[in-house]
Design a protein around this ligand. Structure first.
Ligand code: MET
Length: 373
């Protein structure tokens, strides 16, 4: 399989024909019976060291075969050795941060902007990390002997700014670069190909694609994956098998959804740029379904006035969503940090779905007229 579209449909499903199945089986077992305690003890020792136990994981906190299909498929799409799935994007990021602390390198260098709760988790030191905030140019100088990670998000939540991942990876030297690839998805960008060693997703967004499943995943090399599995085993932030099933199903249509929504987003961005109420439009150079824009007047009035577009935080669904980052996705940050990260109070974030472009525009246009003050 060489093409991404083909991988998206077939990865994680290679054995289904031999099993006589068309859809992936959902294994809801919480425990895996065995009459051989001594073998179980040996397998628990392996799990405690971070080994993936595959089909019979002793207990569901150690692994799940349905989730394993999603993990294999996502790794194939991102071009990584493997991936490790979690209950949410924040659980996935937490495991990465805890892995740094556990390895004795609790310091991270982070490039703003990042998703608001990521920023908060890193800045608060809740998990025992210290942080140095840096520009891309300052990363090499900010790295210390106890630096365990460099963290960036590109395109970034919420203003869609991008970093040169290849240049950033070079500046990191031996320190692993973690890129949050939630907004780009492997359809538009595969950070591992550009030197990133760790790729994090909130799978809740485009990977699931329908607003009905929460999950997170880390695509990485086997060594870091072992550290993540140890942490997942001990802390329990596992992805539910039904979520694993839905995420695998979501991957099959990911390229089609991303390409269709990207075309609509491009057209909406053009129309927004010409609208008298809009002062600035943000679009990633790599394209994609996200458009952010700043308005004259009251951004909250625009959110309150949409009738077709869904007024909700989150992104990546089949329907178009709008939210006000200063009020919701980045509300947890201090105003000073938000402004310092380039996140204007006038900014609105639009996640474009699969509706007709003219229907979406008619709704946005009437809502924008409500923002005039
Ligand atoms: C609870 S706030 C945000 C959820 C999600 N990560 C977003 O950016 O929309």
């Amino acid at each position: 399989m060489t093409s991404l579209s083909t991988k998206a449909v077939h990865a994680g499903r290679e054995d289904l024909v031999d099993l006589g199945l068309h859809a992936a089986p959902i294994d809801l077992s919480t425990t895996y019976p065995s009459r051989d305690c001594l073998t179980e003890a040996a397998r628990l020792d392996e799990a405690a060291e971070g080994t993936d136990l595959g089909e019979q994981p002793v207990y569901a906190r150690l692994g799940n075969p349905t989730v394993g299909r999603f993990e294999r498929a996502l790794a194939e799409l991102e071009g990584s050795d493997t991936s490790v799935a979690f209950a949410s994007g924040m659980a996935a990021l937490s495991a990465c941060l805890l892995a740094c602390v556990a390895s004795g390198r609790p310091h991270v260098v982070a490039v703003r902007p990042l998703y608001g709760t990521t920023d908060h988790l890193v800045a608060s030191g809740l998990l025992g990390n210290q942080v140095s905030w840096s520009t891309v140019d300052g990363v090499a100088a900010a790295i210390r002997p106890d630096t365990g990670l460099v963290i960036a998000e590109s395109p970034a939540n919420p203003n869609l700014s991008e970093v040169d991942i290849r240049a950033l990876a070079a500046a990191c030297g031996d320190v692993p670069l973690l890129v949050d690839n939630t907004f780009a998805t492997p359809v538009l960008q595969r950070p591992v190909e550009q030197g990133a060693r760790i790729v994090v997703h909130s799978a809740t967004k485009f990977l699931g694609g329908h607003g009905d499943v929460m999950g997170g995943v880390v695509a990485c090399g086997e060594e870091f994956a072992r550290a993540l599995r140890q942490i997942r085993f001990a802390t329990g932030g596992v992805l539910h098998p039904l979520a694993g099933y839905l995420l695998l199903r979501g991957l099959a249509t990911l390229p089609v959804r991303i390409r269709a929504a990207s075309r609509t987003a491009e057209e909406l961005a053009t129309r927004l740029a010409a609208h008298p109420v809009v002062s600035r439009v943000h679009r990633p150079g790599i394209g994609g379904p996200m458009v952010s824009f700043e308005v004259h007047g009251d951004p909250a009035a625009v959110v309150g006035a949409v009738r077709l577009v869904t007024p909700a935080v989150s992104l990546g669904s089949v329907d178009t969503l709008i939210q006000h980052p200063a009020s919701i996705s980045h509300h947890i940050m201090t105003e000073q940090d938000r402004h310092g990260a380039g996140i204007s109070d006038q900014l609105l974030r639009l996640s474009v779905g699969l509706e007709d472009v003219d229907d979406l525009w008619a709704d946005l246009d009437q809502a924008l007229h409500n923002a005039k003050s």
